[in-house]
Ligand binder design. Sequence first.
Ligand code: MN
Length: 730
Amino acid sequence: MDKVFEQYLALEEKVKGYNPNLNIERLRAAYELSRNAHGDQKRKDGSPFVTHPIAAAEITADMGLDEDAIIACLLHDTIEDTDVTYEDIAKKFGVTVADIVEGVTKLTRVVYTSKEEEQVENLRKMLMAMAKDIRVILIKIADRLHNLRTLNYQSQQKQMEKSLESVEIYAPIAHRLGIQKAKWELEDLSLIYIDPIAYEEITSQIDSRRDIFEEFMNTIKSRISARLESYNIKASVSSRLKHIYSIYRKMYSQNKDLSQVFDLCAFRVIVDSVSDCYNVLGHMHDLFKPIPGKFKDYISTPKPNMYQSIHTTVIGSEGIPFEIQIRTWEMHHTAEYGVAAHWKYKSEISGNNQSEEEKYAWIRSLLESQQDTDAHDFVKEFKIDMFADEVFVFTPKGDVIILPANATPIDFAYKIHSAVGNSMVGAKVNGKLVPFDHILKNGDIVEIITSKSSKGPGRDWINIAKSSEARGKIKQWFKKEKREENIAHGKSAFEAEMKRNHLSISEFGKEEIMQAVLKKLSFGSLDEMYAAIGFGGITAVRAVSRVREELIKARKQDRQEKQPVAPPPIPPARDKSVKGIMVEGLENCLIKFARCCTPVPGDDVLGFITKGYGVSVHRTKCQNYLNSRARGEDEGRWIKVAWGNTEGETYQTALTVSADDRNGLIVDIATALGAVKTKITSLNVREVGNGKALAFITIEVKDLAALQTAMNRLRIIPGVSDVERPGVNR
Ligand code: MN
């Protein structure tokens, strides 16, 4: 039997071990396809190339992945390196396997060059987003792990690239997915190439003291075991030295040498149940001295990546601190294989007929059930990654640019710089010229062709661009660069919209109407409005709807102003009696409201017995009343009155408005009162000199609250300095 086949058989055994439903023929067919396709290809170490995908598949089998994933892993380099196509794989093994292989191929094509942290994070996100299926990432990690294990056959340049990429991109992804085992191995293997001297220093120092460490670990281990046995707690106790990269980080971040780095040794107690975990914890704290602040309960509060364990650091009689981790077997499996472990668990329960959505639903629910903020961020990231509403693309230099989903080269260009967008004349995606509305996909390399003789963006670009950033910048350009054109463009759009609404341009042309509209829309001139419509700052529809409003108002007001009105500011006297007023001691007496102070319900009022005209109601603040009292006249004629039922009644009251004398003031006042649904009985404006004007208004309101609303509305009209109720003491 040849060696390669032996290696394959070992894989088959491993998968059968945890997956009794394995379709052995299918797995073998994948192996054969891979072996034939890779043919004579060799690894750098001289072994047949196919040993690599088999070894990677063994790692994915350690993770407990499903049949499709193992098959895809066996084929993971075929699309990239052999004649085998996506269609070939889809035909033989189904679309799922083909999609996974294609996914891995795409990730492989992503070129990593060392970047600053933000770019690195974007790259991680992009890989996750590109992967779509979590199995793609898991296979990629297995692939990378095996490549690192055999990296010593590569050139120095390659070694450096691969190990940096592993530490910066793949180890954090593995950590995020909770695959500690892969994370550690990626880090330790990379360190050999990243800092060979430190790696050598740490390993040789550990080696030189290995006997001491071994003895120490054995002693502690047996003490733990003995204690738990005596209490009949079934437990597996193991010990290990912490992994080299973590020692390295401790040494260099805290600037210590190895002898100063404590807790190099770690112990792990694995039990059957959660209650045993806490039991064991109690015994450990009884057996050794716990170090305050070094206890963490990740069982009740799991880490975002689903990790669960109790950690405690203690000191034994030797005076050396060490960490003990306590967990159940299930937690242990999750800690080692993370998302992969849950993958296996879930696919065993529900088979493989889940939709993509269902496949990720469990990840989400699992993560969302975790409460700490880290977990929240993780969920957010995971969602972005898995259900991307973003697209990640590259600049030709290899920087990752994040754009909204369905973004186009226009969005890309403006994201780089508005000058790039404004002078864009063409775009290439993955080296091929594309139209400007081409939809970008994850991992695309986008190149913008610019020209100094470019005439700027096209007007249709605003509709093509998906990002508000690009649209804003395009509008900005039109606003600045193309004023004349914008005015012409905007004018014709405006007039077309007027026509569509059967509104007359000449009526709009009336000074008052036009000013009112411009003011409403905050434009200083008609050209400004046209220009804004032209560059897309406002739509013609919106402008025309304002015109319509103003025309309606003006027509109404015309009708009102044509009616003969008594000279302002004093409104005509009421002819109704008893209008919501109760007069003390009198019934059905004639009531009128004083024209001097025009009270409304809510005002403090009193009555004056007139000669032959009944009771006149004044406000207690009325200047006439106050004058009368000051003179001491007519004491007996002032009587108490009160508001009764005023429901359904309205009351005329007067207002004076002081304002800058200007065109359109009347219209603005009418509009303001219309806006608060206040009926105007009369409205007159008088110049008072110094560029000032006084408006006398009579309105009908139901009470003081309504009056105050109207007054407040009038106060915010530009140029208005004061709004008063006349006739009262102030
Ligand atoms: Mn590979």
